[in-house]
Design a binder for this molecule. Structure first.
Ligand code: PGA
Length: 258
């Protein structure tokens, strides 16, 4: 069974509730995402800010567009100002949650340890986790990309079972490519994706885990470069920031994954 591609839009801190609903309507107008047409195509997901999720779920009703969140806290409830729990996400009805995005790591003190705790919380709430990993430009220049990615993946997946892995997606997002317009070449991206898959082979006894786990590329993916990246054997989709806010570009990326 080939891995089904996943095209995921990370809206970051963009779009109010009404603007988010409008964006979904614009995406629907660009792309036939009624459930009939895209059963055989990629899974399509958008991850709006928390306050926009309900409106986007409403706007996406009757389509195969899935909705995810951009973070989850590991505690069930309590004195954690500004955080969102798994129960809160469950009640909204999201299916995925992005965890460990480099912007969270860079600006909000996210560590490999907190990423792992958030991943476990997502799994406990039956949410699929998109775990982000990626090296900085300095790390790439220093030739330590493979080592950095290995540590991030190992720590994010610590304590997870083979069963858990059915609900895990890994997103390789080189930090230097995010929002910069500087995209990794197909070869650069494929090399890291292949390394991650090889690592999964080492971490889990069943080879099915490495074969079945989807690894997305993220970092300035757009309508121009998506087809080439998505054609790589180990690239199973994209986590898309800027281009996910442009309906025509996002629809073109979805089509490139068909
Ligand atoms: P970008 O963001 O597509 O704007 O580079 C990707 C991401 O941060 O997930």
């Amino acid at each position: 069974m080939p891995r089904r591609k996943l095209i995921a839009g990370n809206w970051k801190m963009n779009k109010t509730a009404s603007a988010g609903a409008q964006l979904v309507n614009d995406i629907k107008a660009q792309f036939e995402c009624g459930c009939k047409g895209c059963e055989n195509g990629p899974e399509v997901l958008v991850c709006p800010p928390f306050t926009t999720i309900a409106a986007v779920i409403e706007a996406a009703k009757g389509t195969c567009l899935q909705v995810g969140a951009q973070n989850i806290h590991w505690e069930e409830s309590g004195a954690f100002t500004g955080e969102i729990s798994g129960d809160m996400l469950n009640e909204l009805g999201v299916s995925y949650v992005i965890i460990g995005h480099s912007e969270r790591r860079q600006y909000f003190g996210e560590t490999d340890e907190t990423v792992n705790m958030r991943v476990k919380a997502a799994l406990a709430h039956k949410l699929k986790a998109i775990i982000c990993v990626g090296e900085t430009l300095a790390q790439r220049m220093a030739g330590v990309t493979a080592a950095v990615i290995e540590i991030q993946v190992r720590k994010a997946l610590a304590g997870l079972t083979e069963e858990d892995m059915a609900n895990i997606v890994i997103a390789y997002e080189p930090v230097w490519a995010i929002g910069t317009g500087k995209v990794a070449t197909e070869e650069e991206a494929e090399e890291v994706h292949k390394d991650i898959r090889a690592l999964l082979k080492k971490l889990f006894a069943c080879p099915c885990i490495a074969e079945n786990t989807r690894i997305l590329y993220g970092g300035s993916m757009n309508d121009k470069n998506a087809a080439g990246l998505l054609a790589q054997p180990d690239i199973d989709g994209g986590l898309i920031g800027g281009a996910a806010l442009k309906p025509a570009a996002f629809a073109a990326i979805i089509k490139a994954a068909l």
